[in-house]
Design a protein around this ligand. Sequence first.
Ligand code: AMP
Length: 454
Amino acid sequence: MSPKKSTGKSAPEKSEAPKKAAKTSAKAPKKMAKTPDLLRGFRDILPEEQVVWDAIRDQTRAMAKAYSFERIDVPVLEKAEVFERTVGAHTDIVEKEMYTFVDASGDRVSLRPEATASIARAYIGHGMLNRPQPVKLWYMGPMFRHDRPQAGRFRQFHQLGFETIGVDDPITDAQLIVIAHRLLRDLGIEASVQINSIGNNEARQAYITELSAYFKRHRAKLGEDDKRRLTKNPLRLLDSKDPAVKELLAEAPQIVDWLDDASRQHFTKVLEILDEVEVPYILNPFLVRGLDYYNRTVFEFWPQGDEGEKSQNALGGGGRYDHLIELMGGREATPAVGFALGVERIAKLIKEKTPEKEPIQVFFAQLGDAARRVGLRLFEEFRAANIPVAEAFGKSALKAQLDLANKMQVKCTLILGQKEVLDGTIILRDMESGSQEIVDMKKVVAIIRRKLTA
Ligand code: AMP
């Protein structure tokens, strides 16, 4: 008995029942599970984006090889202290952006917001001090910051980075700047190098005192955020987006005037080397980078033409971190320098310039089970010969397969039916002219190769 009939006795029920039925039939017939949304600030990197990502990966690997950097992969999850001790308690990253939680074993852990601190931990933990110095490492992988999602800012993003650990010669600073600049150029991006020196710790402390005194005199002009920065980490005022603060900066003390002699000489040498290798740079007296572990040279790469907007657009940056290894518990002072570039930002810039993925030139069409089985084997032969072949094993009608081959604009289609399987042959159809020939299955790979290179 249908529910309609069983409820059709009293007037109110009568009028309600059809309504209910109409409601359910208008909607999906079955209750559908709701697809979970992506977390805010997280994204998928889709197949069509991978050409660009592959180009970035390939160029980075080539650059690492040319300059003999070795790959390192560090975990995405570490003890929270790895970052808290080094990045700095009053930095944006540690203050509000780290994904930190207590795991099921009771450990306080963080998803890495950057990789340099972990690399320093690995350097110490694996006794890399005993390897020939410098130890030159590179990485590429996801980082996590609970940042405010906005254009170009994600909560999971990727960085590629290079680190040279164990030497303090200014040439290493310059070399890393050259590597990043060339890497970006190889990817078709002209970046402007912004550079500054933040000196040693004492010089920086003296400068911070001076900077604080200056801004305290102008405290009334500061917004709430900047007032907080003034008490907690005055250097961050240099990054302020507030026009009033930007105006104040024009008259503010500059760190170059507070540099210790050794840092000044170091900086001069870095600039001389950059001049020599003709990498253009812009001296930026207000560039300090956010993190506590930097000293001496700091630099950033901005897309050319975007220099006015420090905003959200830096492609990456880096600097010297001569005390990080000690801060992490290393036995000896170990000077180091490195940079990290944001892969999403690079990918966005090169998307338009990268050539389309190389189109597939060969399609394999089959008729019947035996042909499908032989086809799988044939595929392996084409793979070994490095010739990509498209197929539609899921379709059985030849017309549907040929339609697909046409759509893909392949050069030739191989057609294998029952008869050809028995004969050890295969039909080769030239898609442009429409002409067909029967060829020996054993020779088909060689024939196709000749056709494609002709
Ligand atoms: P940082 O060390 O914080 O200056 O980061 C280096 C580079 O990583 C930046 O210049 C960006 O290209 C990239 N980056 C940092 N944070 C994010 C984010 N939330 N989303 C996307 N890219 C980021």
